[in-house]
Write a protein that binds this ligand. Structure first.
Ligand code: AMP
Ligand code: ZN
Ligand code: FE
Ligand code: FE
Length: 279
């Protein structure tokens, strides 16, 4: 039996993961993965070091990134794969999403203050300090960690559930970047665009709109969702003629219920993706 497994969704210390790119690749090797994509939020920083390490470990590394774009005020995560990480189109898209995120974080800090839970920018930056890698992307998990540190909540899930999730009192959407412009930039960089974790979409109207867009694939296998939950997405991928992708969305200790390799695609699906990149 072919034991090839590719996990195409995980986060490093360059964004909100707790494993460095080096630790991710070593861990991938240890648990028997054959291929990996590190899909940090808004940054491809991991790839400056990752390729030589992956080659040495015998892990096939596919470039990846995850952006939070917006469709009709709903946040939709889009994965980009297989682009050249030095492509100006990708780098400028990362820069625009990073600016959006910075202002969005300030808006969240403002709402926290209004709700009697002040956190300064300096305190937030201190929580994100990392001995081994430059943290490029600061996100809500770090804000949740700051809230925990200051004693406003007793756990990270509680911070999301009560305050930081969409629709909660301290959630801010920030400036919106459209899915179309995100897809355009990924395509200009000769990458493939994939709908991330459709399992988490709440609105059928949003899904309908996404299925009319210029995506190349859909993340049918996601995190620790049971296999039966994947059928719906596999059917959609088949109908659209889209690529089937999959991954754990591993973040390390901050999301312990989704270990690396808990979702993956096999060699056939991985080679399909590579074939499409060549075209
Ligand atoms: P951001 O990109 O800053 O909007 O934050 C999104 C990240 O927050 C996701 O990638 C998850 O890692 C994390 N996240 C979202 N919801 C939760 C939750 N309920 N508990 C813990 N982490 C969460
Ligand atoms: Zn994340
Ligand atoms: Fe996501
Ligand atoms: Fe993710």
């Amino acid at each position: 039996m072919n034991s090839f497994k590719a996990d195409l969704h995980c986060h490093s210390t360059c964004s909100d993961g707790t494993f460095t790119p080096l630790q991710l690749i070593r861990h991938a090797k240890d648990i028997g993965l054959s291929a990996l994509s590190i899909t940090d939020h808004d940054t491809v920083e991991a790839y400056s070091a990752a390729f030589p390490i992956a080659t040495e470990a015998g892990i096939e590394l596919l470039t990846g990134v995850e952006f939070s774009a917006t469709e009709d005020e709903v946040s939709v995560h889009t994965l980009g794969y297989g682009f050249d990480p030095s492509s100006p189109d990708i780098l400028s898209l990362c820069k625009r999403h990073t600016e959006r995120r910075y202002n969005r974080n300030l808006a969240i800090l403002h709402l926290l203050k209004k709700n009697g839970m002040p956190i300064t920018e300096e305190e937030l930056a201190a929580v994100c300090e990392n001995e081994t890698t430059d943290r490029h992307t600061i996100g809500r998990p770090h804000i949740a960690m700051s809230m925990l540190k200051k004693g406003y909540v007793t756990s990270i899930p509680e911070a999301f559930k009560k305050f930081l999730s969409e629709g909660k009192p301290c959630y801010a959407q920030g400036e919106t970047l459209s899915i179309e412009e995100t897809l355009d930039a990924i395509h200009r960089a000769h990458g493939l665009a994939v709908i991330a974790h459709p399992h988490l979409l709440k609105s059928s109207k949003t899904l309908k709109r996404l299925l009319e867009m210029d995506f190349d694939g859909i993340e049918c296998y996601y995190g620790n969702f049971p296999l039966k939950d994947h059928q719906r997405w596999l059917k959609i991928a088949a109908n659209k003629g889209w690529l089937i992708t999959g991954g754990s969305d591993f973040h390390g200790e901050i999301k312990p219920h989704s270990p690396l390799g808990c979702s993956w695609i096999d060699e056939t699906l991985f080679r399909n993706l590579q074939q499409k990149l060549k075209k």
